[in-house]
Each structure stands twice: as structure tokens, then as C-alpha cells.
Ligand binder design. Structure first.
Ligand code: SF4
Ligand code: SF4
Ligand code: SF4
Ligand code: FES
Length: 638
């Protein structure tokens, strides 16, 4: 531990702590611009200057490690004068006359620092050159005229996202931000995660959706989980006057640490599907508006008139746990349907659940990705299916983590992999045999031959640098299939024998909770007398269409019009993710909350409301102990 004093307060901090961090711990605030706790210190803006006893000049506290016996002052006249000078220089270098900017008056860190330091004018004559504005990106705009060259965006894209799209051209005050080698952002390698925009302390990177729709202080902020995939990244959802304005990553989130991908940040704000407004009933061949009472009575009559083998019911894994539980209680427990199933093709959650029941729990946590020495990605395109996990793997690979990738086709991770193998036949069984043989230093040539591996590929997998005890096997839906159940089990046993970890990533938002409730995917759904489809705000499923179309009486609970709603006999308009509260269980079983951000539109209702009303009509009780049903009751009580 290191002892120092800041503003005469004695402090004790761990070696490696910066003076800025030490001051923060003591409740002393030092203004910063280029610094961000999630990024490596860069020390470019010089706003965080402090006076250190014995030092010839003022020092940048964000890049200065605390040293034994250091005596620091943060509010001397010299420091205050230096801050004013730094800010004057920054305001003179570019055009910061931002009278229309939404960031002005508190949201822009530069303006905020100026107000805080009492800067009323700057004595340096502005001498800036005008820069062009890059508006080529669909989600955000780059205005170099507002840039303070802090490189927070560059470091975010590089250090946190692992994408390395951004950089600077020219030097000194002429420097300007570019994508790749100077191409427009919209044509660059950018993957539209928007994390650089969230990190920008000024209005130089500005979000198209939220720009000019209110300052941060005008918006209502609520923490809510992302309902797009099963990673459970937490978001800071910002609304105003009944509209969703912006989604940012929630920085206190232990796993994602404030990162989001395009699906979680921008997609929900770009919804263009036609919203269903009212219940509809097919009369004489055409769908016509109806009241909720009429629609529910008709559905209840149909359900009561048919046996458990004559009704299909399917539910989207995007539904919250409360609705999944109501679905299971209603259709599986009460109606005892032969086919109450989960939409989609992803078996990873149910297979992991079954294997854990058979051979004991085996799943690693998402946090393990951050400390792994090696990651073997097996059967998933992470940058498509679970992008933030892909970011973490990409950035760790750049820091020396070994990445092996075995997938159906090349992915955005492939370029970071020490070796990547594409299995056109999607035959993952022998892969596990090879991994087993490699771990025991057995000859693998014949097996490799079966897979079509050449010596080079085999060497990469058997290289001496492989340390299996540091490995995390990331399992995706192409490997976690019933056909590879034995291979999956073998892989778990291999990992156990080597001290490695296994991390299955599980489909859509609530696939883990659905598996715990016993809801399974049905790969080959068949038509039936009645089909109840709880699609919610999910997308149309093509593989379901023939079975749904072929069923005699079709009911769909959906938020948006689709080919499936066109086929229905009864449409029940559904609330969307932002219109109800509920819970989600992440891939690694963290329980997260989704907050209700907006009032439900028109007559839409949640699935649990619909099922509660139907339960009343058919005269069955519905339980509400979902915590117990998914095996969390004890954990929550503890
Ligand atoms: S949006 Fe994401 S990928 Fe694109 S430049 Fe910003 S951080 Fe990089
Ligand atoms: S665009 Fe924003 S984050 Fe990037 S260097 Fe300029 S001011 Fe900093
Ligand atoms: S990785 Fe998944 S949970 Fe995270 S923001 Fe993207 S879609 Fe949402
Ligand atoms: S915050 Fe320390 S130099 Fe910018």
C-alpha cells in the first residue's frame, strides 16, 4: 500500500492507483475530459492538472501513479489558472459555439467544465479551420468541428469493442477523426455498436435518433435489461413524453460494463413493422375488429372444445419470465398439452439444462471470458448472435488471449483467431475427439484427415502454447444440438479433466428461463386443430408457417402484423418489450429486470394478462410463483 496526502487528507491506496483515482476515493473531484475509468489513461486534454510538492511543473493526475509520501494539492491558484488556460485553448481550437446543440448546458463535458471553472470568455482569438461533417452513418453523425481530440472514441472502439475502426489523420490541432483509412463512416468497418458515441464527451459524435430531442436532464432514465439476446446487457433507457428517445449501456453493469451492440442500442429505436392496434376476428373470410371480450370468449370456447392432443401452443423466448411461467402453467400444467413449445431452433438452453441434471452443473459465467487465457468458440457466430461477448473476446485476443474458432462459416471473429476452422458439413462430433486426443497428446492425424484438416491447422490446435487449464469453451447453437448431445457431454468431461470451463450461450433473451420451466424447442412443428401462437414482439418464424397455416383454428398474440397474423382467425394485440415490466434470466443465470418504460399502446395487452383472462373464462387457477418454478426462490430469499 502507498501513503500520500491530497489536499491535506492522508490516504492509503494500492500500488498502481492514479492520483485521480485516489482523489476520487477521498471524495475530491478533479475535472477531466479525456479520462474515462474504463479506458487506459491517455493524458491528452491536461484538464486534470494538479500540483505535486517537489515537481517542477503541474502534473496530469489521470496518468500519474500515486507514489509513497506524495503531497498533492488540487485547488491552488496555479492549478485553477492552468485549468482556465487549458479550457481557453480547447474552446479556441475548434468551433464550440453550440447554441443549438442538445448537449449544451450540462450534458457536454466541455461546456460543463467551462461552467464549473467560471470561464466566461476566452482571451485567445479562435483560429479554427472548418471541417466537413460525416453524415454517412445510419445511426450517428461525426462533426470534427466539435472534437477535442480526447481519443475516447478511438480507445473505446479499440480497447472495449475490439473493432479498431477509428483513428486520426494529421497531427496536433489539425488532427481529425477518421474511420479506417479515411473512408466515410457509413462505408467503414464500423459495426454500429454506438459505444464510441456514448463515450464522446462533446457533441462531436452525435446520435441521430436522440439528437435535439432533449437534454439528458429532460429525459426520464430507467435501468432495464436488453431483451434481444441472452447475455442480459443492462441499458439506461431514456424516455420523454411517452416516447423512447435513447438507449445507452448502463456503466455499472458488472458483465457488459456499459457496452451495447447495435441490436440492443439502435434496433429498438428503428422499428418499422406495422403495429396491431385492436383484437381482430375472422368473419366470413376477413379479419375484422372485435372487442377483447369477444376475442377472448371465442379463444376460450375453442380451447375448451378440444383435447390436449388437439391444441398446439408456442411461445417466444423474448417473453419475460412472468409470461413464460403463465404460459407453462396454463398450457402445460392445466391443459396438459402434448405440444406446448418454445419458438426457434436453438437447443442450447434445454440441452445444457438436461446435461446439468445428468452429470452435474458445469456452466461457467460470462465474466470468465475476461480472464480466460484461451477461448474455443464452438458452433456460433458470436458477433451475430451474442455481440457483446464477441467484443470481449476480440479485445482479449488483441491482449494475447488465444482464440480458436470452429464454426459453420467465417465470422467477424475469424480475423482475431489463432486458428479458425469452418465445418461445411457441420460435423462437430469428431472435433471433440480431436480436442480430447490433443489434450492427451495422442496422435490425431487420422481424425484430422476425416475432418479435412491440413497439418497447419492441426499444428495450430496442438501448438505448445495451448494451456487447456486456462481455456473457456464457448458453446453455440450449431454445436448444442440434440445430434451432438454425446459430443457436448464429452466436451464437458474433457473440460473437467483439464480444469477448463464450458460456457453455453443460449439463444434469445429468456431461453434460459424457458428451459428451466421445461419449455422445449419443437424443430418440426405439425398442424393441429387449434394453434395458439404467443409471438409477442418477436419476428415472424418461417419454419412455423406451414404448421400454423395448416391448423384449423389459428390464434396469434402479436404486436406487429406479419405473414402469421394474416393467416390468423383471432389476433390479440400484444404489448412490446418497453411496455411491461418483468424478469429475464441471462445465459449464465443472472436475474435481471426489465422496466416498463412506456404505457401499452392502444388496446395491447401482455401475455400474462391475456392468459389470466383466459384462465378465468375456462375456470382454471393460474399460479404466480415463478421464482420457485425456475429454481430461484431459495437464491432470492438468501
Ligand atoms: S460504433 Fe462501435 S464499431 Fe463503430 S466506430 Fe463506434 S465503437 Fe467502433
Ligand atoms: S469524437 Fe468525441 S470522443 Fe472522439 S476524440 Fe473527438 S471529442 Fe473525443
Ligand atoms: S449482446 Fe445481446 S443483450 Fe447485449 S446489447 Fe447486444 S443483443 Fe442486447
Ligand atoms: S483527463 Fe487527464 S489529461 Fe485529460
Amino acid at each position: 500500500m502507498i501513503k500520500l496526502t491530497i489536499n491535506d487528507i492522508p490516504l492509503e491506496v494500492e500500488a498502481g492507483t492514479t492520483v485521480l483515482e485516489a482523489a476520487k476515493r477521498a471524495g475530491i473531484s478533479i475535472p477531466t475530459l479525456c479520462n474515462h475509468p474504463k479506458l487506459t489513461p491517455y493524458g491528452s486534454c491536461r484538464l486534470c492538472l494538479v500540483q505535486v510538492q517537489g515537481a517542477r511543473t503541474l502534473q496530469t493526475s489521470c496518468a500519474l501513479p500515486a507514489a509513497e509520501g506524495m503531497v498533492v494539492q488540487t485547488e491552488t491558484e496555479a492549478v485553477k489558472k492552468a485549468r482556465q488556460f487549458v479550457l481557453s485553448m480547447l474552446f479556441s481550437e475548434r468551433n464550440h459555439f453550440c447554441m443549438y446543440c442538445q448537449e449544451t448546458d450540462g450534458d457536454c463535458d466541455l461546456q460543463q467544465a467551462a461552467y464549473h471553472e467560471g470561464l466566461t470568455h476566452w482571451p485567445i482569438t479562435p483560429a479554427y479551420l472548418p471541417f466537413g461533417v460525416d453524415a454517412s452513418h445510419p445511426d450517428f453523425i461525426l462533426d470534427n468541428n466539435r472534437c477535442i481530440l480526447c481519443r475516447r472514441c478511438v480507445r473505446t472502439c479499440d480497447e472495449l469493442v475490439g473493432n479498431a475502426t477509428l483513428g486520426f489523420e494529421e497531427r496536433g490541432s489539425s488532427a481529425y477523426l477518421v474511420a479506417d483509412y479515411g473512408v466515410p463512416l457509413g462505408q467503414s468497418s464500423c459495426i454500429s455498436c454506438g459505444n464510441c458515441v456514448q463515450m464522446c464527451p462533446t457533441g462531436a459524435l452525435i446520435d441521430r435518433q436522440s439528437a435535439y430531442r432533449g437534454r439528458s436532464t429532460d429525459l426520464k432514465h430507467q435501468t432495464t435489461v436488453c431483451t434481444e439476446c441472452a447475455l442480459g446487457c443492462l441499458r439506461d433507457a431514456q424516455t420523454r413524453d411517452g416516447h423512447l428517445v435513447r438507449l445507452d449501456g448502463w456503466e455499472a453493469d458488472e458483465f457488459a460494463e456499459g457496452l451495447l451492440c447495435e441490436l440492443g442500442r439502435y434496433r429498438p429505436l428503428k422499428e418499422v413493422r406495422l403495429r396491431l392496434q385492436t383484437p381482430m376476428i375472422r368473419r366470413e373470410g376477413t379479419l375484422q375488429p372485435a372487442s377483447w371480450d369477444e376475442a377472448l370468449r371465442l379463444v376460450a370456447t375453442q380451447l375448451k372444445a378440444h383435447g390436449s392432443d388437439q391444441i398446439n401452443a408456442a411461445v417466444s423466448p423474448r417473453q419475460n419470465i412472468e409470461s413464460l411461467y403463465a404460459f407453462r402453467d396454463f398450457f402445460k400444467e392445466s391443459f396438459q398439452l402434448d405440444h406446448a413449445f418454445l419458438l426457434g431452433h436453438d437447443h442450447s438452453a434445454e440441452l445444457s439444462q438436461e446435461l446439468a441434471a445428468d452429470i452435474g452443473s458445469f456452466e461457467a459465467s460470462l465474466q470468465d471470458l475476461k480472464s480466460a487465457g484461451m477461448v474455443v468458440v464452438l458452433g456460433t457466430d458470436l458477433t451475430r448472435d451474442h455481440p457483446v461477448a464477441g467484443f470481449i473476446i476480440k479485445r482479449q485476443a488483441a491482449r494475447g488471449m488465444k482464440l480458436l474458432e470452429i464454426t459453420n462459416e467465417p465470422t467477424h471473429l475469424t480475423v482475431n483467431a489463432a486458428n479458425a476452422l469452418n465445418l461445411t458439413a457441420a460435423d462437430y462430433g469428431p472435433v471433440v475427439e480431436i480436442l480430447q486426443a490433443l489434450s492427451q497428446s495422442l496422435p490425431t492425424d487420422t481424425l484430422a484427415g476425416q475432418l479435412g484438416w491440413n497439418a497447419l491447422q492441426l499444428n495450430a490446435f496442438s501448438g505448445s502454447a495451448l494451456d487447456w487449464s486456462q481455456a473457456v469453451f464457448v458453446i453455440g447453437k450449431d454445436f448444442a444440438q440434440p445430434a451432438y448431445r454425446q459430443a457436448f457431454e464429452d466436451l464437458i468431461q474433457l473440460a473437467r479433466s483439464q480444469g477448463a470451463k464450458v460456457l453455453p450461450l443460449k439463444g434469445k433473451a429468456n431461453a434460459t428461463a424457458a428451459a428451466r420451466l421445461g419449455l422445449k424447442v419443437w424443430d418440426d412443428p405439425q398442424a393441429n386443430r387449434v394453434f395458439f401462437l404467443a409471438l409477442g414482439d418477436g419476428h415472424h418464424c418461417e419454419h412455423l408457417t406451414p404448421a400454423f397455416a395448416g391448423s384449423e383454428f389459428k390464434i396469434v398474440h402479436a404486436a406487429y402484423a406479419s405473414e402469421l397474423t394474416d393467416l390468423a382467425d383471432v389476433i390479440l394485440p400484444a404489448a412490446i418489450w418497453s411496455e411491461e415490466n418483468g424478469h429475464y434470466l441471462s445465459s449464465d443465470s443472472r436475474l435481471n429486470e426489465a422496466a416498463q418504460l412506456l404505457l401499452p399502446q392502444e388496446q395491447s395487452r401482455t401475455l400474462r394478462e391475456v392468459l389470466a383472462a383466459l384462465a378465468q373464462q375456462v375456470g382454471i387457477p393460474l399460479g404466480d410463483d415463478w421464482q420457485k418454478a425456475i429454481g430461484l426462490a431459495e437464491a432470492l430469499a438468501a
